[in-house]
Design a protein around this ligand. Structure first.
Ligand SMILES: NC(=O)c1ccc[n+]([C@@H]2O[C@H](COP(=O)([O-])OP(=O)(O)OC[C@H]3O[C@@H](n4cnc5c(N)ncnc54)[C@H](OP(=O)(O)O)[C@@H]3O)[C@@H](O)[C@H]2O)c1
Length: 316
């Protein structure tokens, strides 16, 4: 893989991904709207990927061995990308999410059996419906159609479906677990939420019946995307470190790292903290492992991610 294009690539594991591609000797082109300059040695094209004309003009006659799409959230964006990159690449990797399996976001998701990790077959992009007429091109109007969580999950599912059907290139969708930072701080602030509460002795909001979930670290997901771009398989692949963890398991690790005790408040019906789930959809990583990707184990790297979050909280 000598010539790779990444859409996104300006922060967090996207930044790590483009740096590791560059360091491997590949020619790397990054496309985003230009909010931050790319690292040295990387070709930077600026365009809004929602603007088909601008995207096509920015890409010009370039061709790529693979495109990695870090910021595809809707079937509208997928349709544009399929048209723009159809003749320009033979392989396309989309960064998707484990939220596609969240049963709370669609009645079409088969009920998962607790303690049985969810596999890729649970959501099949080849048959997932893409209803005509949903205003995905207009984010404001979509707010009236689906709530935030469903919009995210359903936008990803439908984007995967658009890329999978009549695909002009070999297509892979990487369904990532929750990403926590060991090489860069997680900008979403989810881990900090727990660290802040435990350090301050404030209770953490959790469901009465809670289920474990899946995690991966920023270096590992960047490595997996790199690997997927250069491999030959197609279809969906789950990306998570070995070992699921519940919100209280996570808090126990933070408590151990901070020397404090974690207190909990049950939210019965209310909103819980970010990694508390009252439904099961933790993923199995068996397909990627069988294809040759070596995963780490969550509890091996999580103390480092927690230590970073503690430093952030303490302002160091
Ligand atoms: N964090 C998690 O826990 C998690 C879990 C599962 C999946 N994911 C997935 O991870 C992906 C994000 O990864 P990342 O945060 O590392 O991102 P990234 O590769 O750095 O991409 C984010 C950048 O893309 C650019 N961008 C956004 N919209 C654009 C547009 N319309 N046109 C052109 N460029 C645009 C923005 O830079 P400019 O402002 O410069 O355009 C933005 O900073 C998403 O697909 C998300 O669903 C994340």
């Amino acid at each position: 893989m000598n010539n790779v294009c990444v859409i996104g690539g300006s922060r967090y594991f996207g930044r790590r991904l483009i740096e590791s591609l560059r360091d491997s000797g590949a020619r790397v082109t990054v496309i985003n709207r230009g909010s931050v300059p790319p690292p040295p040695g990387i070709t930077h094209l600026t365009a809004d990927r929602d603007d088909e004309k601008a995207l096509g003009a920015a890409v010009g006659n370039r061709e790529f061995d693979a495109v990695i799409d870090q910021v595809c959230y809707t079937p509208y964006q997928a349709a544009i990308a399929r048209r723009v990159f159809g003749r320009r690449t033979s392989r396309y990797v989309m960064t998707s999410t484990m939220e596609v399996y969240d049963p709370a976001t669609s009645e079409l998701i088969p009920p998962a059996v607790p303690e049985v990790p969810v596999t890729e077959e649970a959501v099949d992009p080849a048959s997932w419906p893409v209803p005509p007429g949903q205003p995905w091109h207009d984010p404001g109007r979509m707010e009236g159609v689906f709530g935030e969580a469903t919009r995210y999950a359903e936008g990803k599912r439908q984007a995967e479906a658009v890329f999978t059907r009549e695909s002009p290139f070999a297509f892979v969708t990487v369904r990532s677990a929750h990403v926590l930072g060991i090489g860069a701080r997680d900008f979403t602030g989810r881990l900090e939420h727990y660290v802040e509460r435990i350090l301050a002795g404030r209770p953490v909001d959790v469901h009465r019946d809670r289920f474990p979930t899946s995690f991966i670290n920023d270096e590992e997901i960047a490595g997996l995307l790199f690997w997927a771009a250069g491999a030959e398989f197609t279809g969906a692949v789950n990306a998570s470190s070995h070992g699921e963890l519940s919100v209280t398991g996570l808090c126990d690790l933070i408590a151990a790292e901070t020397g404090r005790k974690a207190d909990y408040r049950l939210v019965d019906g209310g909103e819980a903290s970010p990694f508390s789930f009252d439904r099961h959809y933790a993923m199995g990583n068996g397909r990627a492992a069988r294809l040759g990707y070596a995963f780490s184990t969550t509890t091996d790297w999580l103390p480092k991610a927690i230590a970073m979050a503690i430093d952030l909280r303490k302002g160091t």
